[in-house]
Design a binder for this molecule. Structure first.
Ligand SMILES: [Zn+2]
Length: 878
């Protein structure tokens, strides 16, 4: 899966446990062993209007020993009858809490092959789980599309089955639909016939796969396609939207041969569809169903009139992520959700890798260090972190395991290992792993074993330190004066923490690469777990850059004098290390490990002609600093300073793209408009308003490149009239993506009365139901307490819009951007009243984030205020 940006923040985990359960033990939440599925024949007939369906399933099963009882998963299904080899079951008992159906038979099954048949009916949901309905408007009236989302454990809402990743089987699906509709599943259609006025569509039998990867979409659909080698690659959309899938189709066509080569095992299915579904989820943006990847429209479709450069790049990343899962996840699957990171960490890393090769001009290495690495380090330094490989005892815990540790830390650790053992050796290890475990299931250590076999290097030692233990290492650098053209550097490690809880001393085996900005040869040293500092003699007398290339998963703490020297030599540092230094310095200031204003000192030294992604880091951090100033008297002076720094950047970049500019300039422009809007830059706010007003009549007043940031600025500063205008445009918007963007914007208003109106509106019939939670999440950005309290008071109504997987995470996470410690008690009180014990990870993560923010704000504010005051005195004196 690929989480949406919002849910990446929202989906979080809180337990920190070190033990990894033995792989063979029978664990709670698992089906009893003994009977395994081999092949499923499933036939469903949905009644879209009535939100229900009838189903029949015949399952070929293998019984390991004689038993009169068969237990399989089922939830929200009415099972009308069950037969084994044609004989009726004596009893059928459903257990909603365990999500199982237990079938008892009069005489025991003999060991060996049997056929189990069940007739049943189920629900079509209106939130994104199981088989669900998505409604959208067209010029000829409203339409309803049906689609599925089964990860982690919702295939059992579609048919009774062994709904666990290791219970791989083959699937043959049939669906009966209205004759004007079409349907897509994992495999190509094998037959289609009209019978009784309805269309009966059969799909070819799938290879052996996990149940969570099964997929079905039904509706008034169209498809564009391209043959890539022997594979029929397609984009499926609602009627009239397929041309917006052209960029995704071209991307997939470029990515597929690259992956075929990298993994060494060609994509094994005859077709690969990417299916666009209107709407959104709180849990995910896209899902890697084998051969039938499902995306919500904003992460698949690119509309030249509506989509910006960041939208386009995001589509490419998501396509690359989901396609990587076709191998990592679909062909080879984790044994159980403990090793979820094997799916998500690798898909995240792989997306960066293929981008580096196909779109080097996007500078994905820099984007990785600026975004993915930072997301991992932040969560991992807080109170509620957990190991990458973690025990997952239940469906609830599995749902909450999709967090920045699995995705971002997972991928950062892989990047470090690849850097340590070499690109080619790493690739060879991956090829061995794919070949050996194709159509099977694995645990993490089986991957380390193949990497070690391919390279002869002890990969597992470093890998275990970073995947079986939580936490971020901090490498402290001590520099001695240069002698004879060499500099002696001492590196010592400890744990970097941003939370309130003190934890035990921890050490890691850490490969550290460093070099002098003079350009001498880099040196790599391995810090050991005994914690003894390492000393290195580095060629060159310039300041040392530690974690050169920033592939290492740790933060670097320099002495003040060293930071000053790096600042003075900033332009000579490689952009990736500039970015790492800026990120580390800001985080260390938040944690009180360096003086709070060190980041600002460094930012003043960033040359105006730096890489656009470096300038984007500065602009983005200025936005974060502005949050620290929220509600303080010093905010006016800070904003004056920040605007005076950022305006010259924006004046160079301009409002509109110029021919031939780089794609990263386009990203910088989007960030600068948002941040200058936040800083209340009068020119930017006025120009944004003027463009928005003019856009009512002139379409090109709001070109795609700046449409979203301009709308965000206008919405943030909206008065009642502007807010009503946004609402009117949202209702009239012809395209679901634009409609979702406008409805969400209503939640961004700073004015509390308008934010409250947005919350009320979200639950009303005026808003298409799939956008309701988007509005609440938008309100929570500036008004976390308002959004959280509203959702608690209206809990029942709010949860109607939340899918099963986010049921326990959604409301607590609305408080996440608060920096008010008083919110912690309110979040805890809610969880104690409403959230089951094994589903409180998101709550704990929210509390940890609030605590980190509150502590950082308290520490940073006085120091930053003083820095701005001193700075304006100096400016006045000149
Ligand atoms: Zn994924």
């Amino acid at each position: 899966m690929r989480t949406s940006t919002a849910s990446l923040l929202l989906l979080v985990w809180g337990g920190a446990t070190f033990a990894v359960a033995a792989e063979t033990a029978v664990r709670p939440g698992r089906l009893p062993p003994g009977v395994t599925p081999v092949h499923y024949e499933i036939s469903v007939e949905p009644d879209a209007a009535a939100l229900g369906f009838h189903g029949r399933v015949a399952i070929d099963i293998e019984a390991g020993s004689a038993t009169d009882t068969v237990v399989l998963n089922a939830v929200d299904l009415d099972i009308a009858g069950a037969r084994l080899d044609g004989k009726d079951a004596a009893t059928i008992a459903l257990d909603p809490a365990a999500q199982t159906a237990t079938l008892k038979f009069a005489s025991p099954l003999s060991p060996g092959r049997h056929r189990l048949s069940l007739d049943y009916s189920g629900r079509i949901y209106t939130t994104s789980n199981g088989l669900f309905a998505v409604d959208y408007a067209t010029s000829s009236g409203p339409r309803r599309m049906l689609t599925t989302q089964f990860e982690v454990a919702d295939a059992r809402r579609f048919a009774p089955m062994w709904d666990e990743p290791s219970a791989k089987a083959t699937f043959a699906l049939e669906v009966i639909v209205p004759r004007e509709q079409s349907a897509y599943s994992n495999m190509p259609e094998s037959s289609s016939r009209i019978d009784g006025g309805k269309k009966h569509i059969r799909f070819a039998t799938s290879p052996k796969m996990s149940s969570y990867l099964l997929h079905l979409t039904v509706g008034e659909l169209e498809r564009i396609s391209r043959k890539v080698g022997t594979v029929d690659v397609g984009v499926v959309t609602r009627k009239g939207a397929s041309e917006s899938g052209r960029f995704a189709l071209d991307s997939a066509a470029a990515i597929l041969p690259w992956y075929d080569d990298y993994f060494g095992t060609p994509y094994p299915l005859a077709k690969l569809d990417m299916i666009a579904v209107p709407g959104s989820s709180q849990f995910f943006g896209a899902m890697e169903n084998w051969g039938a990847i499902m995306y919500f429209e904003p992460v698949l479709l690119v509309d030249p009139g509506l989509s910006s450069e960041s939208d386009r790049q995001n589509v490419f990343y998501v396509v690359a992520h989901e396609m990587a899962h076709q191998w990592f996840g679909d062909l080879v699957t984790m044994e159980w959700w403990d090793d979820l990171w094997l799916n998500e960490g690798f898909a995240t890393w792989m997306a960066g890798k293929v981008t580096e090769n196909l779109y080097p001009q996007w500078n994905p290495g820099l984007q990785f260090v600026g975004e993915v690495r930072e997301a991992a380090l932040r969560l991992d330094a807080g109170d509620a972190t957990h190991p990458v490989v973690q025990p997952v005892p239940s469906v609830e815990a599995a749902n909450q395991a999709f967090d920045s540790i699995a995705y971002s830390k997972g991928s950062a650790v892989i990047r470090m290992l690849e850097d340590a053992i070499g690109e080619m050796g790493f690739r060879d290890g991956m090829r061995r792993y794919m070949r050996k475990y194709a159509y099977g299931n694995t645990v993490t250590d089986q991957l380390w074993a193949e990497l070690a076999a391919a390279t002869g290097q002890p990969v597992a030692d470093i890998a275990h330190d970073f995947t079986l233990h939580p936490g971020v290492p901090l490498v402290k650098v001590t520099t001695e004066p240069c002698q004879d053209g060499r500099t002696r550097i001492t590196l010592a490690q400890s744990r970097f923490e941003m939370g309130a809880k003190s934890t035990e001393r921890m050490t890691w085996r850490i490969p550290v690469r460093l070099h002098s900005v003079d350009g001498g040869e880099p040196v790599t040293v391995l810090l050991t777990r005994n914690g003894v500092p390492a000393t290195v003699s580095l060629p060159g007398c310039g300041p040392a850059v530690v974690n050169a290339g920033h592939a290492g998963y740790f933060r670097t703490l320099y002495a003040t004098a060293d930071i000053t020297r790096l600042r003075d030599d900033f332009a000579r540092i490689a952009p990736v290390d500039q970015l790492g230094l800026l990120g580390d310095t800001w985080a260390l200031g938040e944690a009180g490990r360096v003086p709070s204003a060190t980041y600002l000192e460094l930012a003043t030294a960033v040359p105006g002609n730096s890489d656009p992604l470096i300038l984007q880091q500065v602009a983005g951090t200025f936005g974060k600093i502005d949050r620290v100033f929220d509600g303080s008297d010093g905010q006016g002076a800070w904003r004056a300073y920040a605007r005076s720094s950022l305006r010259p950047m924006f004046d160079r970049v301009g409002w509109l793209p110029v021919p031939g500019e780089s794609e990263t300039v386009a990203l910088l422009r989007e960030t600068l408009i948002r941040v200058l809007g936040r800083l209340e830059d009068p020119t930017v706010v006025a120009a944004a308003r003027e463009r928005f007003a003019r856009a009512a009549k002139e379409a090109d007043a709001l070109p795609a490149s700046i449409r979203e940031p301009v709308l965000a600025v206008v919405a943030r500063h909206a008065d009642a009239a502007t807010w009503n205008e946004i609402l009117a445009r949202a209702k009239a918007a012809p395209e679901p993506i634009e409609q979702q963007r406008l409805f969400s914007a209503l939640g961004l208003a700073l004015e509390p009365a308008l934010a409250s109106r947005a919350l009320e509106l979200s639950l009303s019939a005026e808003v298409p139901s799939s956008f309701a939670t988007n509005i609440m999440q938008a309100v929570s950005v500036s008004h976390p307490a308002l959004a959280f309290d509203f959702a608690v008071q209206r809990e029942k109504a709010v949860l109607e819009y939340v899918e099963a997987a986010s049921r326990w995470a959604f409301i607590p996470s609305l408080a996440m951007t608060s920096n008010d410690v008083r919110m912690i008690d309110r979040v805890r009180a809610y969880a104690e009243r409403s959230v089951p014990m094994d589903a409180r990870q998101a709550t704990e993560q929210t509390i940890a984030e609030i605590s980190t923010r509150a502590r950082a704000t308290e520490r940073l504010l006085p120091a930053l205020e003083a820095w701005v005051r001193d700075r304006s005195k100096v400016a006045a004196a000149h």
